[in-house]
Design a binder for this molecule. Sequence first.
Ligand code: FE
Length: 198
Amino acid sequence: MTTTGSGEHLPPALRTEALEQLLTERGLIDPKVMNGIITEYETNVGPLNGARVVAKAWTDPDYRRRLLEDGTAAIKELGFSGPQGEHIVVVENTPSQHHVVVCTLCSCYPWPVLGLPPSWYKDPAYRSRVVREPRAVLSEMGLELADDVRITVHDSTSEVRWLVLPERPAGTEHLTEEELVPLVSRDAMVGVAKVEAP
Ligand code: FE
C-alpha cells in the first residue's frame, strides 16, 4: 500500500474520531445518537444473548431445527435483532465437525447475539492465520482438536454473519435451559473454544 499523506498511519481511534467529527460537521450524523448506540452495545448487548439462543437450541429440538434453517428468524424469536445481524447463519459443531468464524477483511461479527468483537478477533494475525492453519491457531488458543475432526472456517462479511452452535457438553443432561445459559461462552460461539460442563 502506498502512502498518500492522508493520515492512514494514525491510530484507528484517532482516525475514527476525525471521521466522526467530519460527519457531525456535515450534519450527516448526530453524536448523541452515536454515543447511545455505542453505550447500548458496550453495556446491554453481549454474548449473553447468544448464550440464550444456544441454551434454547440445546433444550428445544424444534427451535434448534429452526435456528439451523434460518438463524436470523429464530434469533429474532428471542427478541434479538438489529444492526450487523440482518443475516445470521448458524452452524452446528459436532464430535466430527468443528466450525470457527473469522472476518478476514475487517471485523464483521453478529452484534445482536455477541455484542462487540473482542480484540483478538480484530487482530491481523488471527484473521490471516486461522484460515491457513486453523488447527494450529485453535491449539494456541487452548482448543486441541483430534486429527479426524474436520474444521471449517467461515469468513464473516457485511452480507453474512456466522454464529457457532457449540456442542452441549456431556454431563449436563440434567440441567435446565436457564442453568445452561451461563455455561455458554462467547469464544465457544465463535468456535475457538468448547463449552465445558460445570
Ligand atoms: Fe469485517
